[in-house]
Design a protein around this ligand. Structure first.
Ligand code: DX5
Ligand code: ZN
Length: 226
């Protein structure tokens, strides 16, 4: 693939006492998107942020906000997330009764429509909605927490999804999320992803945000996307 790789730092691992600062550091270091993990305590066993935090992130950066909804019944909250400033809204296939309708609604609200697949969900779950999808997010850990180990069993599915995207003739971002670091990033890109979502490999106490982003870029041998 000749396309440049995009890096989307996940603020789940940021320091919430200085979230704005951390987001600005990521933007200055050349991040392409800011990834926001919304967890509802039901779809996943953790509770994180809602539209208020997205509004705050919106005021901190001009970068697109890539909002990952790990929640059951996301439909009733889509408007609130769109109005808070989301650019991409991804819902989980496993959490949507009427995925087709949900994706249409995300686009109607003026956002890019994303679908996320938990590790057990096959690529084929998207076969009937590819025309409604702008972004596909592959979970490479069981969703709910940052800092988990990458699950290599998602790689065959990643290759399959890249082929399904090619068959549409449209540009659909293929994201991978969970356990992405300097050890795993190159394999993900080789399998066909063009967006690397990374939390603990970017925001941690061991090195700066810029060092984390630079290390990921050099691991995939590539400069800023665009
Ligand atoms: C996991 C989240 C991820 C998380 C990744 O449920 O969707 O976005 O922030 O964290 P790392 O990169 O630390 O695995
Ligand atoms: Zn995520």
């Amino acid at each position: 693939m000749s396309e440049k790789i995009k890096i989307a730092p996940s603020i789940l691992s940021a320091d919430f006492t200085r979230l704005g600062e951390h987001i600005r550091e990521a933007e200055q270091a050349g991040a392409d998107l800011i990834h926001v993990d919304v967890m509802d305590g039901r779809f996943v066993p953790n509770l994180t942020m809602g539209p208020l935090v997205i509004e705050a992130a919106r005021r901190s950066t001009k970068l697109p906000l890539d909002v990952h909804l790990m929640m059951v019944e996301p439909d009733h909250m889509l408007k609130a997330f769109a109005e808070a400033g989301s650019d991409v809204i991804s819902v989980h296939v496993e959490a949507c009764l009427h995925l087709n309708r949900t994706l249409q609604e995300i686009r109607r609200l003026g956002c890019q429509a994303g679908v996320a697949l938990s590790p057990h969900t096959p690529a084929g779950a998207l076969s009937e909605v590819m025309h409604l999808v702008d972004v596909i997010l592959i979970l490479s850990v069981n969703p709910g927490f940052g800092g988990q180990a990458f699950l290599p069993e998602v790689l065959p599915k990643t290759r399959q999804l890249r082929q399904m995207i090619a068959a549409t003739g449209r540009e659909i971002d293929l994201e991978i999320d969970g356990g992405v670091n300097t050890q795993t990033a190159a394999t993900c890109v080789e399998a066909g992803v063009n967006v690397l979502i990374a939390g603990s490999a970017v925001f941690n106490s061991k090195f700066s945000v810029k060092a984390g982003i630079d290390a990921l870029r050099s691991a995939v041998g590539n400069q800023k996307a665009g």
